[in-house]
Design a protein around this ligand. Structure first.
Ligand code: CAA
Length: 386
């Protein structure tokens, strides 16, 4: 069978954030509740002219610059925060990146899970057509109502992945375990900008879906728990990943070795939830922040999307993977960010996303791509270097 998986993976997040200590101070609560109880430090905040399309283009651009776009004939764009009920967000990005016109483009939705469906389908496709490549995008703005219990778990970010045959970074295993149940733990009706959710219930259903997916993975011939050197979880907040890791270890009567999951949480702790992108940020964090050579090691991945669907699968690290990472670039993105005050955070929160028929956006994005305006409900994206 042809090996398939990732030959490149890169992220982007906006350059502004609010520190959760600032949020705690405003609400008059102990900052430890966020740093320890929730396990988060910062919430990434998009400007008026940044959204899932601009973040996706920023994340994918370094991959296109390094590897070119030859052979990419499919863009799968996964998001919970779609900007249009009809048109796929990937089509705007496709133009910004100058991808080949002979390319299919589609948007995937199932809460935070859909990037995993996109990745699995991309792997199946390149197994059938090994000379083709698929650009898989996970891009989201996690936004909860101000003063709600979810407020501290907001964030924003995009991950771009180049899926190929004979991958150079991660080989995605053919075995996976899946689980679906019809529940209302987190959902967003069409007329709402923010989700409705039952927070505590959602954390319990997440754990249940993980165990059910793990059982299915094991029954489908998956690796045993001991075979994994690291685990990457969907991380709505990093404490959720700690709970998941403890739960999975206990279910397997294994010792709780938190270091097998913690490296994967470093990026999420300072970016916040990024829905579809969060598990792939955990993958990147594991690859880029583990100083030991991971060649040949097996990662266990659990992807969860409320509503709910979960999937457990595995990925093997390919020799030479370090040469295909963007570690220094990612460090710069995180190091060059600026903190905003509580008042600036509220003003950004209220302005995004604009849904009036027409608007000109203030120039706030520091990156190359901007949502310049909305003109009679048409979103106008620009490449500032064009
Ligand atoms: N010092 C240290 N810890 C503290 C503390 C302090 N001063 N004060 C509180 N804590 C601890 C609490 O003891 C609690 O710990 P445990 O989880 O171990 O019980 C933790 O901080 C959280 O505090 P609360 O129990 O008071 O919970 P909360 O009201 O802040 O809500 C939440 C937590 C339910 C997760 C909320 O953030 C939420 O609703 N988030 C949105 C929904 C969500 O992310 N769900 C996750 C599963 S669904 C999913 O994964 C999809 C998705 O992306 C949304």
């Amino acid at each position: 069978m042809t090996a398939t998986g990732l030959s490149a993976i890169s992220f982007h997040t906006p350059h502004r954030y609010i520190g959760l200590d600032t949020l705690a101070e405003h609400h008059g609560i102990d900052p430890d509740k966020f740093s320890k109880g929730i396990g988060q430090e910062k919430i990434a905040l998009p400007g008026h002219d940044e959204d899932i399309v601009t973040m996706a283009a920023e994340a994918a651009k370094p991959i296109i610059d390094r590897y070119g776009s030859d052979g990419i004939d499919t863009v799968l764009f996964a998001t919970e925060t779609g900007i249009d009920q009809s048109k796929a967000a990937g089509i705007y990005m496709h133009r910004l990146l100058g991808l080949p016109a002979n390319c299919r483009n589609v948007e995937f939705k199932q809460a935070c899970y859909s990037a995993t469906a996109a990745l699995q389908m991309a792997c199946s496709y390149v197994a059938r057509k090994p000379d083709r490549k698929v650009l898989v995008i996970a891009s989201d703005v996690a936004r909860y109502d101000l003063d709600s219990s979810g407020e501290a778990t907001q964030g924003a970010g995009a991950v771009a992945m180049l899926v190929t045959a004979n991958p150079t970074v991660l080989e995605i295993g053919a075995n996976s375990g899946v689980f679906t149940e019809d529940i209302m733990d987190f959902w967003r009706p069409n007329d709402r900008r923010t989700p409705l959710f039952d927070g505590k219930y959602s954390t319990l259903r997440y754990l249940n879906a993980m165990i059910e997916a793990w059982k299915d993975y094991s029954e489908n011939g998956g690796h045993s728990y001991d075979a994994f050197s690291h685990f990457c979880y969907h991380l709505p907040f990093s404490r959720m990943g700690e709970k998941a890791h403890r739960h999975l270890a206990k279910a397997n009567k294994a010792p709780i070795e938190m270091d097998k999951a913690l490296t994967g949480m470093a990026y999420n702790r300072v970016i916040g939830n990024s829905y579809t992108a969060s598990i792939y940020l955990a993958v990147l964090s594991t690859l880029e922040n583990t100083y030991a050579d991971l060649t040949g090691q097996l990662l266990g991945l659990f992807s969860y999307g409320s509503g709910a669907t979960g999937e457990f699968f595995d990925a093997k690290v390919v020799e030479g993977y370090q040469d295909h990472l963007f570690t220094a670039r990612h460090a710069n993105i995180l190091n060059e960010r600026i903190a905003v005050s509580y008042d600036d955070y509220v003003s950004l929160w209220n302005a995004y996303p604009l849904d009036d028929g027409s608007a000109t956006m203030p120039e706030e994005a520091r990156g190359r791509y901007r949502l310049a305006s909305i003109d009679e409900n048409k979103r106008i994206y620009i490449d500032q270097h064009a």
